[in-house]
Design a protein around this ligand. Structure first.
Ligand SMILES: *Cc1c(COP(=O)(O)O)cnc(C)c1O
Length: 395
């Protein structure tokens, strides 16, 4: 497995652990009350994990799929083996609306774009199932509860648009341990749903509000379906969420990171004491140092902001990243790593190797960001390989 890259082969790849993904789905499903469905968010190429690889590994307990774009909605519909609902939560164009209706994918009325859908849907003789986005305090898509009356116009379009649900999105569940603002938003949502149902003369709309953090710590937010993103991939939304969850659950839910990022060293060599490493000469070797040049950099999604702070794992050992992260290269200190013949070194940038682990959270902390950004920005060109390792075993 640890071999040098052949012609045209990438020396760096992502591993998507199907066993960990399945375990997370089962764990998350076990938190939900009977009758509440588990929806999973596969936007941004499944948070960088690969839409195809994640769908392939997704067990049936994940009953609803959420994506942002119509193109991803159609792909998810085509690739999903079970008969799940697929819902596009982002902006949709008129031709896309027709394609979604024909494919049986649902969309969200979250802006004025829906007006442009009605004509093409009528012409096509298609009817699109839609959810209305209620803005209960994020300030992003949707209608504020007191402005829902304007959506009475949807009634005249009921031949083209069938309103089946209502959604909202929380603004401040991850960064707090007190959920006052979330509860305020839930009350606004409730008001909005009642206004919507009376404007449309319908009842029993499917209601969904909770993303990962609310699902984990705010039972009253779970409603009819939850929309779990980051937790599906085995990452906690934040430390605050983890702390809150320890108070809410007798046993802290176990989330297993799904993703690992590996790279085979391109070059290993000795540098003398006093040698400089990398752009800006920000690192100088105090002693004779064995370095490995890794053919990945910020182009691939390894953040430049971690320069001078990060380590990677090589043969189960922590190896500091020396100097600055470059566009296509990282230089790491492998002095402490035993070399066996000319076997190429395998480095782990995210994931486990032996007893050691570098998490996406750790990388995010070094970079001054959140794990969401780290995984979502992993290069689309990196191969995603499905593995089925489960806990413990690395590669
Ligand atoms: C991204 C997103 C989610 C998932 O959020 P996580 O914190 O990753 O669980 C849910 N709902 C909406 C509308 C989103 O945009």
């Amino acid at each position: 497995m640890t071999s040098r890259a052949e012609d045209g082969e990438r020396a760096s790849w992502l591993e998507v652990d199907a066993a960990a993904l399945r375990a997370n789905v089962v764990e998350l499903k076990s938190l939900l009350e009977a009758g509440c469905r588990l929806g999973v968010v596969l936007k941004a190429d499944a948070y960088g994990h690969g839409l195809e690889q994640v769908l392939d590994a997704l067990p049936d307990e994940a009953e609803v799929i959420y994506v942002i774009t119509a193109a991803d909605g159609l792909r998810a519909r085509a690739l999903s083996r079970s008969a799940r609902d697929v819902l596009v939560i982002g902006a949709v164009g008129p031709r896309e609306a027709v394609a979604l209706a024909r494919a049986g994918v649902e969309a969200v009325v979250g802006d004025e774009g829906w007006r442009g859908w009605v004509g093409p849907l009528r012409e096509a003789g298609a009817r699109l199932r839609v959810h209305v986005h209620i803005d209960s305090g994020l300030g992003r898509e949707g209608w504020r509860p007191d402005a829902i009356g304007a959506l009475a116009e949807l009634r005249q379009a009921s031949d083209a648009l069938e309103v089946v649900g209502a959604m909202m999105h929380f603004a401040d569940t991850e960064d707090v341990t007190h959920q006052d603002y979330a509860l305020f938003q839930l009350r606004g949502f409730d008001e909005g749903v009642r206004a919507l149902e009376s404007a449309l003369g319908v009842s029993g709309l499917t209601r969904h509000a909770a993303a990962s953090a609310a699902t984990l710590v705010l039972p009253e937010s779970r409603l009819d379906v939850v929309r779990v993103g980051i937790a599906l991939y085995g990452l906690w939304p934040s430390d605050k969420t983890r702390i809150s969850a320890t108070l809410h659950h007798r046993v802290l839910p176990e989330l297993r990171p799904v993703l690992s990022w590996r790279v085979v060293a391109q070059h290993v060599k000795e540098l003398p004491a006093g040698a400089f490493v990398g752009y800006g000469c920000t690192h100088r070797c105090r002693d004779r140092t064995r370095v490995a040049v890794l053919p990945v950099g910020y182009f691939d999604g390894y953040p430049r902001a971690v320069s001078g702070r990060a380590h990677v794992l090589v043969e189960g050992r922590r190896c500091p990243v020396l100097g600055r992260v470059m566009m296509n290269h990282l230089i790491v200190d492998v002095t402490g790593v035993p070399v066996e013949g000319d076997r190429p070194l395998l480095a782990t940038l995210i994931g486990r190797d032996g007893e050691e682990e570098v998490t996406a959270d750790q990388l995010a902390e070094w970079a001054g960001t959140i794990s969401y950004e780290i995984v979502a920005r992993l290069g689309g060109h990196l191969p995603r390989r499905r593995i089925d390792a489960g806990r413990g075993s690395a590669c």
